[in-house]
Design a protein around this ligand. Structure first.
Ligand code: GAR
Length: 197
C-alpha cells in the first residue's frame, strides 16, 4: 500500500470512452492501493456530454461547467481551475476535452496535465486528423499521449500507438481502430507518469 494520494481529475466534452477506459483500468489494476491514485471527478464543459452518465455508472462524481456561461476564455478557465483545484489533483487528464486552453491555465498545471490526440504527433495537430492522414496517403496513423503545453498538441510525447491505414478506410473506420488503441495506451501512460510524480 502507498501513503501517496494521487487524485486524478478528468476533463471531457463528449463520449468519454477514454475517460471510461481510464477509470476501468484504474479499478481493475487497483491503482488506489498501488499508487494512491483514483479518478475523483469528471468535469465536462458540455451539459449534454454522453460521458457524464458513463462516469456516474462507474461510480465517479461529475460536474458541469458550461463554457457558454462565461464571457471570455480566461473567465471560463479561471472558474475551471477553481473547480479542478478543489480536488487537489496530482494529475489533470484531458480526454476528448475540445477546448483551447489559456496559457495561464496551462502553466498552472505544467508537468501534470496530459492529453491524448488522435494522430501520430507531430503530424496532424488540430482537428479532422484521420481524414487528413487518409488524404495525405499515410500508410500509418495512430494516437499520441503528451504533456499539455501552451503550444497546441506540441508537448512532450509520453506514448504513441501506430495503426495501419487500410485500403478503403474512411475517417470513421480508421478512428474506430485508433480509439481501441487509445484505450490501451492512455491509462498505461498515465500510470507511468503517476509513478514518476
Ligand atoms: C479521442 O479520439 C481523442 O483522441 C480525441 O477525441 C476523441 C474523444 O473520444 N481528442 C482530440 O481530438 C483532442 N484534440 P472519447 O470522448 O470517447 O474519449
Amino acid at each position: 500500500m502507498t501513503e501517496k494520494v494521487n487524485n486524478i481529475v478528468v476533463l471531457i466534452s463528449g463520449a468519454g470512452s477514454n475517460m471510461a477506459a481510464l477509470i476501468k483500468t484504474a479499478q481493475q489494476e487497483n491503482w488506489d492501493g498501488l499508487l494512491g491514485a483514483r479518478v475523483v471527478a469528471v468535469i465536462s464543459n458540455k451539459p449534454g456530454a454522453e460521458g457524464l452518465a458513463l462516469a456516474q455508472a462507474l461510480g465517479v462524481a461529475t460536474q458541469v461547467l458550461d463554457h457558454k456561461d462565461f464571457e471570455s476564455r480566461a473567465a471560463f478557465d479561471a472558474a475551471l481551475q477553481t473547480l479542478i483545484d478543489a480536488h487537489q489533483p496530482a494529475l489533470v487528464v484531458l480526454a476528448g476535452f475540445m477546448r483551447i486552453l489559456t496559457p495561464d491555465f496551462v502553466a498552472h498545471y505544467a508537468g501534470r496535465m496530459v492529453n491524448i490526440h488522435p494522430s501520430l504527433l507531430p503530424a496532424f495537430t488540430g482537428l479532422n486528423t484521420h481524414q487528413r492522414a487518409i488524404d495525405a496517403g499515410c500508410l500509418e496513423a495512430g494516437a499520441t499521449v503528451h504533456l499539455v503545453t501552451a503550444d497546441l498538441d506540441h508537448g512532450q510525447i509520453l506514448a504513441q500507438a501506430v495503426v495501419t491505414v487500410l485500403p478503403g478506410d474512411s475517417a470513421e473506420t480508421l478512428a474506430d481502430r485508433v480509439l481501441v488503441q487509445e484505450h490501451l495506451i492512455y491509462p498505461q501512460a498515465i500510470k507511468a507518469l503517476l509513478q514518476l510524480l
